[in-house]
Write a protein that binds this ligand. Sequence first.
Ligand code: HEM
Length: 482
Amino acid sequence: MYISMVLDMNFALSVLSICIASIGFALFMKLYLKYTSKFETYKSIPEGKMGLPWIGETIDFYKAQKNNKIFEEFVHPRIAKHGKIFKTKLMGSPTIVVNGAEANKFFMSNEFKLVISSWPSSSVQLMGKDSIMEKQGEAHRFLRGLITSTLNISGQEILVPKICDTVQCHLEKYWKGQENIRIYPLAKKLTFTIVFECLLGLEVHNGILCVFKKVLEGVFAPPINVPGSKFYRAKSARKELNRLIVSAVREKKRELEEEEKESGTLFSRLVLAMINGEITEDEVVDNVILLVFGAHDTTSFVIAMMFHMLGRYPDCYSRLLQEHNQIRSKKKPGERLSYEDTKKMSYTWQVARESMRMFPPIFGSFRKAVVDIEYEGFTIPQGWKVLWTTYGTHLNEEYFEDPETFNPSRFDKPVQSYSFIPFGGGPRLCAGYQLARLNILTLVHYVVTQYEWSLIYPDENVVMDPLPFPSQGMPIRISPKV
Ligand code: HEM
């Protein structure tokens, strides 16, 4: 009796489960068909798979990103199957992934006309809606003008000696007397100080780097604002940062109004524009934060990867060292580098470019179509995202012969335009590119002329979370040159 009751119950439960599963499946199919038929009117959407409703192929993308294999595991297999332009769905958005110099040129140079930049919600909330990356048209042009005017040739002539002092101070504080150091975290400290002190002209207070780090950690985290989440911690740090920067803005405003003299630093220029009513206080704050974000992990990763490759390619290192010894030999003891000296570091910059080709700090960037776009016989519907990727050209032998080989000399000759794009291109080309260049060249100069060094882990992995970084922080053995 008891057994038959249990069997009856089991049977009833099985029938119920089958019913629930069937209803679930029917609902799922209905949603899926509704979702796929929505775009049937567009006959020429690029090929590709949209994956599951809402999630799309996000899990595959994140998995590839975690392994630092976005190209090998996500982009390349889809290029092989569907061609250089394919569709997918990422983080809830239908997305067209575009690869190749021609496509890069088309989408990057049509910024504001056909596409606008489109950052994840967590980045916008943490960087602020008033940062340059969220601006279009005239507002974008004005902010960009302020930033790039600090980095024109006369701006760079002023910056180089300041960067030299900062680098020497950094080496004195963190390298001197050490046997082992980790290049990547130290390069982050240095980059932060260079942006804050040399570019912006702000003093670095104790603890501010820590607050910045917490904000940066949440920039690509899911925007889940619950206590304990990365995003929640980043939002709290952002509030703290706001307080600190707002008080610096108001102090600078008082100074500028009382003294009526402008120091020429980017921070003064931003505050002066605020006094003149051209931008708001929020715009000053958001752009200070954005500049640190734009510079910090990117420049430090390039520095780390340059040392990684130089440690593995002694011939390249000898040639680079020769370049710096020559510059050094023309200087008096203690004399700083000049902007002209940095122009002589052409091979070093080729090493940096080759490192960025193989290990781009930014894998690509999202845009949003503001109208239906016709490109190469395809239609990209209005509202869809477009993702351009660095890997799509950097690792393609159509643009770079033998792309897996580290060969800085490939940059002896100019490369096809829009094929080398670590700094992006078009109206949104990196606004701090010259600062990154000076930061990298100056640090390399002082390190290679003052230190013997060798890699501790020549096979150290690069991981991504979500930006790439060396898994061990790139430790090196160092000893001062005699
Ligand atoms: C090696 C170092 C760097 C790399 C690889 C890099 C890369 C990039 C890329 C790819 C973009 C374009 C993003 C897009 O198209 O959506 C960009 C934009 C930008 N970067 Fe950099 N960046 C670097 C260093 C810096 C530095 C040092 C600063 C400033 C101090 C900076 C400030 C900016 C700003 C303000 C933008 C936005 C430009 C705009 O929207 O008009 N970057 N960067």
